[in-house]
Design a protein around this ligand. Sequence first.
Ligand code: HXC
Length: 275
Amino acid sequence: MAISPFRSDILKGKVAFITGGGSGINFGVAKALAAHGADIAMMGRREEVLQQACQELAKLGVRTFYKSGDVRNAEACKAALDETVNALGKLDILVNGAAGNFLCPPEELSPNGFKTVVDIDLNGTFNMCRYGFQYLKASKGLIINISATLHYVGTPFQAHVSAAKAGVDALTINLAAEWGPEGIRVNGIAPGPIGDTEGMKRLAPGDSGEKMKKEIPLGRFGETAEIGLTAVFLASSAASYITGETIVVDGGAWLSKPPMVPRALVEQMMAKSKG
Ligand code: HXC
């Protein structure tokens, strides 16, 4: 488990709102922000998951609030934010983590399947930013959009998610430029393969995860706590001059390719050329 290098009270007095915060990477973010003092609000579709997550966070001594709802529903987003500010007093940190994913070749994907993922990942992020703006303007707060690295290359069976996350990255840059003058910073985190998450269950079924691990330069899957600590960094004063940036946290996964030929063959060729 990644150990925090930060003081445990650096986010004390801050209120964070996390979509999809009840599970997976987003719960890792919620735990990390709470462990550094932030009160936590969350929204998701499954009330019992939110309730359980908030019970666990409350043990860290922070205030919590949850509201079930779907980020595709703009009115639900607005209501959840309004009620959070009523309950916890303000909004400082908005984390857009809610996402949907499944593997599907584009020629098999229904238009509604494509639309569903874009609606959750991209439109959901916009909805939250749109209705969070007034509160973040008041607090000089910040946004963290959870993205991905899938769209940096062509990733098979992920056309829908790649298109959605490319849109999220565009929003991060655009809102950073437009809302910087209001004192709002907008950044992103692009996680790679993170162990023990719904995403990895969907993207690396069976034993495909073991093969994937061998191709990651750092040789392992990441931990949700590592994404959480990146969020703590972005929310801290250490990042006070950083905006419009999406930080990749993937152990080097996206930028590395498997070797073109086996190492043994390269060594053989080198030995031959030496003489
Ligand atoms: C093809 C599929 C499909 C599949 C759904 N659809 N699953 N198409 N293959 N496996 C199609 C349906 O047929 C339908 O189109 C449309 O998508 C909507 O499906 P519903 O089931 O009605 O939608 P809904 O109940 O709203 O569920 C949304 C969902 C679901 C995204 C489809 O999987 C979900 O709720 N996921 C949430 C959790 C999740 O995915 N977490 C992982 C995020 S990981 P038709 O045409 O039939 O009506 C992540 C990591 C990214 O984002 C990068 C990591 C490296």
